[in-house]
Design a protein around this ligand. Structure first.
Ligand SMILES: Nc1ncnc2c1ncn2[C@@H]1O[C@H](COP(=O)(O)OP(=O)(O)OP(=O)(O)O)[C@@H](O)[C@H]1O
Ligand SMILES: [Mg+2]
Length: 353
């Protein structure tokens, strides 16, 4: 899996930008606010069809413009694939148009068919909160990993989220006396079916993390903190659900906990609560490396690794762990400080922004 080039037009800070990537390693050097994260965001956008951080997708269109475009050419199993995303603000020359158009080789695609053609693993400073941050952050991580390799998972997530929104609306109408509880049955069945699939895949993934071994000399593992979904659980929470007009059980309430255990000790420690900052970062690195192996295992190819200015955030030992994986797949690295990667033999291409 190789991305050959990237073409940006009115994307974020770039009016026009074309980049040819090295087959192995490309290092992009630029000072603060020069657009490094924007470039990796655009590559990741081609991979997932979504921004990893924009609140609203039109934020990605260059200020003052109506249309932004990202395209890239890939080589997948020695075949050429052209990906393109066109973003608008919903209006073009006074006419209503789609806010986002996705295409592969010139053919329009739905999100769940577009995502995953290009496989990437993105690692940036924001990930350093993965172990210690909020549950929503960890759920998004699980979804990102599974969505890369499982089209059915992508479909299930979209359908589940829509189902929960509809179900919550109906709960509100029941509370207001405008609908009857029996109307829940349809949405219950839909979210249980999709929710079961989501939970089982998340359990598999966390099982995979635990099979990948440890980093350093402490045993490390992840435990799935699952919120099961079933008719029985809905019955149990019926009163509270109607009162709050919120679906209270199901995978949208899932979490997982990263734990370590010192050698020859029995006690496990929850890293989010008891870990030092360095230990929490080791946990994050463990998860990101597991993500790489998981995507590789399920797609028979190494995903493109996108490292956003991560070296300056890691201590020596962890930096070496990341560096040792760089040569194993196409890698695109950004840095504000070229010293962090200088004199490094594997560099194929050095670009300055
Ligand atoms: N829609 C947009 N239109 C125009 N400019 C934008 C848009 N969105 C973001 N920018 C600008 O893009 C610039 C570069 O952002 P980016 O985050 O890529 O920089 P960076 O090189 O990663 O910086 P740092 O080293 O601080 O992480 C910022 O100054 C930001 O204001
Ligand atoms: Mg940045």
């Amino acid at each position: 899996m190789v991305i050959r080039n990237l073409n940006l037009q009115d994307f974020r800070s770039f009016r026009k930008k074309k980049i040819n990537f090295d087959e192995k390693t490309t290092v992009i050097v630029g000072s603060n606010a020069s657009g490094k994260t924007n470039i990796l965001e655009s590559v990741n956008l081609l991979s997932t069809g979504k921004s990893f951080h924009a609140g609203r997708e039109e934020e990605m269109i260059r200020n003052g413009q109506e249309l932004g475009r990202v395209s890239g050419q890939l080589t997948v199993d020695s075949e050429r694939q052209d990906l393109e995303i066109i973003l608008t603000r919903g209006e073009l020359n006074g006419e209503r148009v789609a806010r986002k158009k996705l295409s592969v080789n010139g053919v329009g695609k739905m999100l769940f068919n577009f995502a995953g053609v290009l496989k990437t693993v993105l690692f940036g400073p924001w990930d350093l909160e993965l172990v210690s941050g909020s549950p929503g952050f960890r759920r998004r991580f699980l979804d990102t990993v599974l969505s890369q390799v499982d089209r059915e998972y992508r479909r299930a997530i979209l359908s589940y989220e829509k189902g929960i929104r509809q179900r919550n609306k109906l709960l509100e109408r029941i509370r207001e006396g405008e609908a009857s509880p029996s109307q829940l049955l349809f949405w219950n069945q839909l979210v249980i079916k999709n929710g079961d699939y989501i939970s089982s895949r998340r359990a598999d993934l966390i099982g995979f993390f635990n099979d990948t071994g440890s980093l350093g000399n402490e045993a490390i593992n992840a435990e799935y903190d699952n919120s099961p979904i079933s008719e029985k659980r809905f019955e149990q929470y019926a009163v509270q659900e109607i009162a709050s007009a919120t679906t209270l059980v199901g995978p949208h309430r899932d979490d997982f906990i990263v734990k370590t255990r010192k050698r020859k000790q029995k006690i496990e420690r929850n890293l989010a609560i008891y870990g030092s900052r360095g230990e929490q970062r080791m946990g994050v690195l463990w998860l990101k490396l597991a993500e790489l192996s998981f995507v590789e295992k399920h797609s028979q190819t190494r995903p493109v690794l996108l490292l956003d200015d991560i070296f300056s955030e890691l201590d020596h030992e962890h930096r070496d762990v990341v560096i040792s994986t760089v040569g194993r797949q196409q890698t695109i690295i950004t840095t504000a400080d070229p010293h962090t990667v200088q004199g490094w033999r594997k560099i194929g291409q050095f670009l300055e922004l």
